[in-house]
Design a protein around this ligand. Structure first.
Ligand code: GLN
Length: 503
């Protein structure tokens, strides 16, 4: 006995995935008879055909509300605040008999790619504790990778589910915009954001997604999938046509744009460099292509011409929305409040000055800058046009959300997730600017509102590499189908010390 509790403690000390742990829930796992199933190297998970979450524990990113639990968003401003209600995604899983064991760490308000922007604690990568878990859903990804929970919830505004999933070697699904309710999520950039799944197998990811999706009265942006879209439960294993984006072409296109003035030239050449895949990721990507072809899929090269503008458009829109969404944190109704203030304005200034970390402040300033009167044409509206262009580029390949007519040439587009594997915290770490430029391959799905799934394809020099499949709106089933075929043939890897506890 106490097998799981010991396991949990040992890992959690090493990785620090959780901001709040429900000790009783952890005990409950022990008492529910979950046993170490042995054979850590063997993929018992993919073989499980159980389509239920009943009796399973899960973890929830600490920007998704669970009644009576922490909702810190990784921020000093909301440290120790307890949520008065539960998010729809969590309620739906609880209604199926799953239960929350804790709230996981994240970059403050979801802003970042490492989880190191959390003001509350550090989360380490289960494969190498000196490296980041990725972000912003780094705590959720690390908890799943270490086997502490079979699945976890995260949010993805520009890659925050898929990138940490790739860094930690688990499955990460960012659903179609509107497919899953956002009621109970603390908003960062509302038009880009979705709640989604991090899981230990594709099957599990599919099960959780089928439970959490659907229209919610409490979220007017949520919708049912169109009748013609494939059902998430639908599996065919059919060979598909997969468009492959040659990653070098995007980095080259960005570099080619670097011929303007001195400042922008320097920024663009750093951006081009940041978008270039490191050798190990390139190798993982090439291996995945070969393996997908060997599974019977047809791979064709495609171009997404507007992708090279994706990052500037993403950061203009995300920061604009963040500056508006974060205006509500004034220290008056909840959160940390200064001991003394001259007047209400001073109180708000002091609360925000002390409560927000530097990345959050930077983004609020950037957002205010791109929205300032007289300049919206220059940044925000231009970004919206790029956004529409990216969506059109993808729809030309994949077909539109209405599922009308043909014209589509691909069932999915294959992309890298991130140009590097989990990076370290030493001198060679990625600069904050390079981290943003490297969001290129993930943020395009958010700009276009399309579903994207990342899953592990290889381990290169001790660290996992993931790839990403991006699909037509509401085609999650197709992406899951391709990934599941891949997993069956090439079981997913685990970090040293992983023990399988889950059916
Ligand atoms: N790296 C992205 C950002 O910092 C991801 C954010 C997200 O998806 N929440 O904005």
């Amino acid at each position: 006995m106490r097998e799981y509790t010991e396991y949990f403690k040992k890992w959690e000390e090493k990785i620090g995935a959780f901001i709040e742990i429900d000790e009783k829930a952890v005990e409950n796992i022990e008492n529910s008879g979950f046993k170490n199933r042995g054979n850590a190297g063997e993929n018992i998970r993919g073989k499980s055909e159980k389509k239920t979450v009943s009796g399973l524990p899960f973890a929830v990113k600490d920007n998704i509300a669970v009644k009576g639990r922490s909702i810190s968003c990784g921020s000093k401003l909301l440290e120790n605040v307890k949520s008065p209600y539960t998010a729809t995604v969590v309620k739906k899983l609880e209604a199926q008999g799953a239960w929350v064991i804790g709230k996981t760490n994240l970059d403050e308000f979801g802003m970042g790619s490492s989880t190191d922007n959390s003001a509350l604690k550090k989360t380490n990568n289960p494969w190498d504790a000196n490296r980041v878990a990725g972000g912003s859903s780094g705590g959720s990804a690390a908890a799943v990778a270490a086997g502490l929970v079979p699945f976890a919830l995260g949010t993805d505004t520009g890659g925050s589910i898929r990138q940490p999933a790739a860094f930690c070697g688990v499955v990460g699904l960012k659903p179609t915009y509107g497919a899953v309710s956002r009621f109970g999520l603390v908003a960062y950039a509302s038009s880009l954001e979705t709640a989604g799944v991090l899981a230990d197998s594709v099957e599990r990811c599919r099960t959780v997604f089928s439970i959490i999706r659907g229209k919610d009265e409490n979220d007017q942006t949520s919708v049912e999938a169109p009748a013609k879209a494939p059902e998430p439960e639908e599996k065919s294993g059919a060979p598909r046509t997969i468009g492959v984006l040659p990653a070098e072409s995007v980095a080259k296109a960005i570099a080619a744009a670097a011929s303007g003035g001195a400042d922008s030239e320097q920024a663009l050449s750093i951006a081009a460099q940041a978008a270039t895949l490191e050798e190990e990721v390139r190798r993982g990507f090439e291996t995945a292509k070969k393996k997908l072809a060997a599974l019977g899929h047809t791979l064709v090269d495609v171009e997404i011409p507007s992708l090279k503008y994706g990052v500037p458009a993403y950061y203009a829109i995300a920061t604009a929305e963040a500056s508006a969404n974060l205006a509500r944190f004034d220290g008056i109704r909840y959160g940390k409040r200064p001991d003394w203030a001259e007047n209400p304005d001073d109180l708000i200034d002091k609360a925000r000055e002390a409560g927000f970390g530097s990345e959050v402040k930077l983004r609020i300033l950037l957002g205010a800058f791109v929205l300032r009167s007289g300049f919206q044409d220059r940044y925000y509206l231009r970004a919206q046009r790029i956004r529409a262009g990216i969506r059109r580029n993808f729809e030309a390949l994949l077909g539109g959300a209405d599922y009308a007519g043909g014209g589509a040439t691909c069932d999915a587009v294959l992309l890298p997730v991130f140009p590097t594997r989990a990076f370290d915290r030493g001198p060679s770490t990625l600069s904050p600017f390079a981290q943003k430029a490297a969001d290129l391959y993930t943020c395009c799905a958010n700009l276009a509102g399309l579903p994207a799934l990342s899953f592990p394809v290889s381990v290169e020099h001790g660290l996992p590499v993931g790839i990403q499949l991006l699909g037509r709106a509401f085609s999650e089933a197709t992406l899951l189908d391709i990934a599941e075929g891949y997993e069956k043939a090439h079981p997913f890897p685990h970090p040293a010390g992983y023990e399988p506890f889950w059916d």
